[in-house]
Design a protein around this ligand. Structure first.
Ligand code: URA
Length: 243
């Protein structure tokens, strides 16, 4: 009789054994919470009370409302220049980002660097984050529930940065931020506005193809270049209006 068999369990039961002890206690605290470095002195438990990037990062690291966190190694918060008013928003961290803890450090990130260099920008000129801060298992697209659970994070992120222009990378970011069900092919190619009660002006927002998609479908690079030229023009217009 094998010790993994039903017969063995029945044998134990008939012998009066009703309780089993495990070799190790259950670990009810996820590995993630042990890995994260959190400044607990600077954490609000209400997102309405969050007013700085540091508070937001801590708030997200402590939040428990999205199951994506359970499988991720790192909370991927943001990269680039927090003083920049040019905000890029992607979809979700991939394997490289989950390892390093920064958005767009893998192959898609390398292409993104080339795309922004083509309009005379570097990572130091822009601020970049994602719709969800945790890598979905197997790099799948975050589902509607996960996006909705993380939406308050990105909305607060925008309210803190107060960008003059937003560039949405791919369909997931575009649908979530512009609250539309249209696909990226329909959304791209024109200007949209993002409105927040916390920012007293509409923010010009442009959706472009995601660099990971462009790596798979390079034939769409040409239209993306047209979009990038529009982005460049808008940045120049904003600068002219300010000076
Ligand atoms: N793709 C994204 O949308 N975000 C990243 O951070 C990396 C790849």
């Amino acid at each position: 009789m094998s010790i993994n068999s039903i017969e063995y369990l029945l044998f134990l039961h008939q012998s009066g054994v009703s309780t089993f002890l495990q070799e190790k206690p259950n670990n009810f605290y996820s590995e993630e919470s042990k890995k994260l470095v959190i400044n607990r002195n600077n954490v609000s438990n209400k997102i309405d009370e969050v007013t700085s990037l540091e508070q937001l990062e801590n708030y997200i690291k402590l939040s428990t409302n999205c199951s994506l966190k359970n499988n991720a190694n790192k909370t991927v918060f943001a990269d680039g220049n927090p003083k920049s008013k040019i905000m890029f928003i992607g979809e979700a961290p991939g394997a490289d980002e989950d390892r390093v803890g920064k958005p767009f450090v893998g192959l898609a990130g390398q292409l993104l660097n080339k795309m922004i260099a083509a309009i005379n920008l570097s990572r130091d000129d822009i601020y970049i984050t994602n719709i969800v801060p945790w890598r979905p298992p197997n790099n799948r697209t975050p589902n509607t529930e996960e996006i909705l659970q993380c939406l308050p994070f990105i909305q607060k992120h925008i309210d803190i940065i107060k960008p003059m222009i937003i560039i949405l990378l791919g369909g997931t970011a575009s649908k979530a931020i512009l609250a539309t069900t249209h696909g990226i092919t329909k959304i791209r190619g024109k200007w949209h506005q993002y409105n927040s009660l916390q920012i007293n002006r509409p923010i010009p927002t442009r959706a472009i193809y995601h660099p990971a998609y462009l790596l798979r479908s390079p034939e769409n690079k040409r239209t993306t270049w047209e979009d990038l030229k529009e982005v460049k023009k808008m940045i120049q217009k904003i600068k002219n209006e300010k000076s």
